[in-house]
Design a protein around this ligand. Structure first.
Ligand SMILES: *[C@@H]1O[C@H](CO)[C@@H](O)[C@H](O)[C@H]1NC(C)=O
Length: 467
């Protein structure tokens, strides 16, 4: 499979060299009819004085000026000519030698007994300033910091300015049980639950109180970050979010997958199988007390034969994807309705950029019609699949999204002028050494240990791993 794809890749690269990027149709970027007016440092900011001068631009004009790549057309590699090919290349392509990353992993215990693994990059943290912007990454369904789509951005964002990078710090918040993180409480994660993000952000911003935190979410992780923004409103600790392949409407997607043969048997069962594998890996910890309702659900979910995503969520995620009072849900549809992120768009209080593809086989409804928030923009590409966006480039297969995302991170990390007051909850360390947020007794975290993840490039293997 790998060799076959490599041959195709070389052919694809040769053929696509001949075409120059001519925009044949206007890119779709949806803004509110009343885009916010935002302040940004003057482009010629080479003296201290210039730095203090601000331009005030509408959100649209700001992105046009500072994220020009966002307005270029996505041109798929000719041999990845539709959303299925783009999506499957995500899974079967060989990215092992590209964008290699190592991470410094800090584990923290959170208030419910769970363990979070925060992967910091670059490994040499000493060379960074305390206020260096931090890219906060949340990955897809059963992924981790090793995912090629994560590395594709971080290898540039965390490279030094001298090496042509942004020189930023990054922290990947791995979901519970993913990327080698142990399960230490009877609970996994879900598309809707945001307290792990909340605890991680509190921990990170206590460590780096003067750094801008720039959210970058992929697929399920994009949904979680978007919901976090909606729930927190003005109290968010994130200064911006970029959401790639956000699923937006979980119920609609689940039904959409079941409507086609490929959707049901390839994608839905692929994702259901990945979740089942993840659960199987942690069976012992999660069923330690077999009478616990999560253990009962786990045993039922593990007994399913080739479950679809919906079947897995019906038997497990709706029960174990978060804490009471929301969990357990009566059925997976209730969980999907609760956990969707399209409905929180009006509450987003910081600049937000979504990028979705119009042929994404997994995400079939993008809420372009409900972008009524001046701080929200959604770029809908023609083609790209689910987290694909493979195009011809320097590395012969590049992701179109890398350049706009890096421009966005630089804009939000350095040039955008934050004029709002932080309304984030105040933090304190209690007598037992837990980091707490005022008025939020159910939250809290405690540092556990630190390890070096030298090979941050290989993850779990499984059917459709990488979605
Ligand atoms: C760090 O803590 C985690 C969670 O308790 C544990 O699984 C892991 O073994 C610890 N690692 C080290 C190096 O102590």
């Amino acid at each position: 499979m790998g060799a076959f794809l490599s041959v195709l890749a070389v052919m694809g690269a040769l053929l696509s060299l001949s075409g120059s990027p001519v925009i044949t149709h206007p890119p779709t970027i949806q803004f509110s009819s009343k885009p916010a007016i935002l302040a940004v440092k003057r482009a010629s900011g080479d003296s201290e004085d210039d730095d203090k001068k601000a331009d005030r631009l509408s959100y649209r004009a700001l992105l046009q000026a500072r994220c020009p790549s966002l307005f270029t057309e996505f041109k798929p590699l000719w041999w990845l000519f539709n959303g299925h090919m783009q999506t499957l290349y995500c899974v079967f392509g060989d990215f092992s030698k590209r964008d290699r990353m190592s991470y410094l992993r800090k584990t923290i215990r959170v208030a419910d007994g769970g363990t979070l693994g925060l992967d910091f990059a670059p490994v040499d943290q000493a060379s960074l300033k305390e206020d260096t912007p931090i890219v906060i990454v949340q990955h897809g369904l059963t992924g981790g910091s090793y995912e090629p789509y994560v590395r594709a951005v971080l290898s540039h964002a965390c490279a030094s300015v001298a090496e042509g990078g942004l020189g930023y710090r990054a922290v990947v918040i791995n979901f519970r049980g993913c990327a080698g993180i142990p399960i230490t409480s009877p609970r996994l994660y879900s598309a809707g639950h945001t307290d792990d993000t909340r605890n991680a952000l509190a921990y990170i911003s206590q460590q780096y109180p003067n750094a801008r935190l720039l959210g970058l979410g992929f697929s399920l992780g994009a949904n979680v970050l978007t919901r976090y923004l909606g729930e927190e409103g003005e109290a968010t600790r994130l200064h911006s979010v970029c959401a790639l392949g956000c699923p937006w409407n979980l119920k609609h997607n689940n039904q959409g997958l079941l409507n086609t043969f490929v959707g049901k048997h390839i994608y839905s069962k692929g994702m259901g199988g990945n979740l089942q594998n993840l659960l199987r890996k942690h069976r012992q910890e999660i069923t330690a007390d077999p009478t616990h309702h999560v253990a009962v659900a786990a045993n039922i979910a593990l007994a399913l034969k080739n479950p679809t995503l919906g079947e897995f969520d019906e038997s497990f995620t709706r029960i174990a994807g978060g804490p009471p009072p929301h969990f357990p849900f009566a059925n997976s549809d209730d969980y999907y309705v609760w956990g969707s992120s399209d409905k929180v768009i009006p509450q987003i209080a910081v600049p937000f950029l979504g990028i979705n593809a119009d042929d994404d086989p997994v995400v079939t409804r993008v809420p372009l019609e409900s972008v009524e928030n001046g701080l929200v923009a959604i770029r809908m590409t023609r083609g790209g699949g689910h987290l694909g966006w493979f195009t011809a480039g320097d590395g012969f297969v590049d992701r179109w999204t890398t350049q706009p995302v890096l421009e966005w991170l630089k804009l939000m990390g350095e040039d955008f002028i934050i004029e709002r007051e932080s309304k984030a909850a105040k933090m304190f360390v209690d007598e037992d050494g837990w980091l707490r947020e005022e008025g939020r007794p159910h939250l809290g975290s405690k540092y556990l240990n630190q390890t070096l993840v030298v090979d941050g490039n290989h993850g779990e293997s499984g059917v459709l791993q990488g979605l």
